[in-house]
Design a protein around this ligand. Structure first.
Ligand code: ADP
Length: 447
């Protein structure tokens, strides 16, 4: 190989090496740039992270101081709450879900007069045991173990009913135990001695008042009974006198005596009945009777007054009603007379319809008897409907004032129906009419 060729090859090789160097330098530069960028990014991130750490540290500090403040507040609140609980006169205690005492106030512990075992940690059942063993509680008719059993059973209930216990010193405590959502028990012992004593006094006073009321009613019943006898004489003699030969003026006087006497007798009879019911001296006399006949007798008696007023008096009698029933016919007649009599009295035109219905229950042999009296009379204002069943209560308005009466009829009817175990009611519309009714359960007589 010539020298010139050798030189040319060497130059070529040098040029190729130089190009490779240039290439590698460019690559190195690019890698350096990338590294520089990455380093810059990293340092930016570090700065950011530092700032975040700083913020978190601040927040942490704030939370810590808030927590300290909150702890302090809780401690103050707890102290105040406990102080308040300590100052109340009623017993207060907390128990955990296993019925172990967590804490109790002085009033609660005082009941046990510093008994060693009654302190936080003691079980509710042990407290019950101590109460009977130490004679702290008066278990009444129950034996000590029955009482404890009853009280422990009560505690098993998720929401125990309040219980009233009597302590050895005659004080009455109402125990109100309430379970929390996690089974904790708050036990409150309210001293209700004053209320119990007051209730006892009230009961005694009521009994005295009731017996005085019965004595008054008995007196009234005796008096009206005594007045009735001579009054019957007056009315009877006026009747006899009116049948003798009298001039027109004398006839008027005698009729006035008789009418007034009869009106007075109605009042005396009402007062007598009412006072007998009040004195509990009125007994029902159940016997077999024919209801349809009893109703027709009442209607026969009242028909003339309905006729005088031109009223249409009708009876709608259910054919399915048994012929004979067992009940007090006299008293049922009295109620029906009152309701139908009122319907005629307070109706000036139109109708009075009496309906008697009732389907016998063959299984029991009883009939639920419904009797209603519907009229097209003056009606009763809505506000007065409840009032009219009270004794001596009448609707006090101009339309009503023209009708006489004692205001005792409905009170007596209501009491009689209640004595029979039934119910009496009324529906009415002023100016349109009323419908009085009652339901009583009577036995059907065996044919
Ligand atoms: P009395 O009829 O003797 O006044 P009641 O106790 O029988 O006593 O009735 C009380 C009151 O109820 C009556 O005064 C009257 O105001 C009202 N009342 C009773 N029945 C009717 C009726 N059918 N229509 C309108 N008002 C009535």
């Amino acid at each position: 190989m010539s020298l010139a060729i050798k030189l040319t090859e060497e130059r070529r090789a040098r040029l190729a090496a130089e190009r490779l160097l240039e290439l590698k330098q460019a690559e190195l530069y690019a890698a350096n740039r990338k590294l520089g960028l990455h380093a810059q990014q990293l340092s930016e991130e570090i700065v950011e992270t530092r700032a975040e750490v700083e913020t978190i540290r601040d927040e942490n500090q704030r939370v810590k101081s808030d927590l300290t403040a909150a702890h302090h507040k809780i401690a103050v609140t707890e102290r105040r709450l406990w102080h308040s609980i300590e100052t109340i006169n009623d017993g207060f205690a907390f128990f955990n879900a296993d019925n172990q005492m967590i804490m109790a106030n002085r009033s609660y512990l005082n009941v046990f007069e510093d008994l060693e075992i009654i302190r936080p940690g003691v079980n509710y059942v042990t407290i019950l045991q101590a109460m009977t063993d130490e004679g702290i509680v008066n278990t009444g008719p129950l034996s000590a173990s029955d009482w404890r059993q009853m009280m422990s059973e009560r505690l098993k209930n998720p929401q125990p009913e309040p219980a009233v216990i009597q302590l050895w010193n005659e004080r009455y405590i109402k125990l109100i135990d309430q379970r929390g959502p996690k089974g904790d028990l708050v036990s409150l012992g309210l001293d209700i001695t004053a209320t119990v004593v007051f209730e006892q006094q009230l009961q005694e006073a009521r009994e005295i008042a009731e017996s005085a009321n019965r004595a008054k009613s008995a007196f009234l019943a005796n008096m009206s009974h005594e007045i009735r006898t001579p009054m019957n004489g007056v009315v009877g003699m006026a009747q006899v006198l009116s049948e003798t030969t009298l001039d027109e003026e004398q006839q008027l006087y005698v009729d006035t005596i008789r009418n007034s006497g009869e009106a007075l007798l109605v009042i005396i009879n009402d007062v007598l009945d009412y006072s007998k019911i009040e004195a509990q001296k009125l007994d029902l006399k159940p016997q077999q009777f024919d209801l349809e006949r009893a109703l027709k007798e009442v209607l026969m008696l009242l028909e003339p007054s309905a006729c005088d007023k031109g009223l249409n008096l009708s009876l709608d009698y259910d054919v399915f009603l048994p012929k004979e029933l067992i009940g007090d016919p006299g008293r049922l007649r009295q109620v029906m007379t009152n309701l139908i009599g009122n319907a005629i009295k307070f109706t000036t035109k139109g109708h009075v319809i009496i309906r008697a219905t009732g389907v016998p229950d063959w299984a029991t042999g009883h009939v639920s008897l419904h009797i209603s009296v519907e009229d097209s009379g003056i009606g009763i204002p809505e506000t007065m409907v409840a009032h009219i069943f009270g004794e001596f209560n009448q609707v006090e308005n101009e339309r009503n004032r023209q009708f006489d009466g004692t205001g005792l009829g409905l009170a007596i009817s209501q009491r009689l129906i209640e004595m029979m175990g039934g119910k009496i009611w009324v529906t009415s519309k002023e100016g349109v009419g009323s419908c009085f009714g009652f339901v009583v359960e009577l036995a059907a007589a065996v044919p």
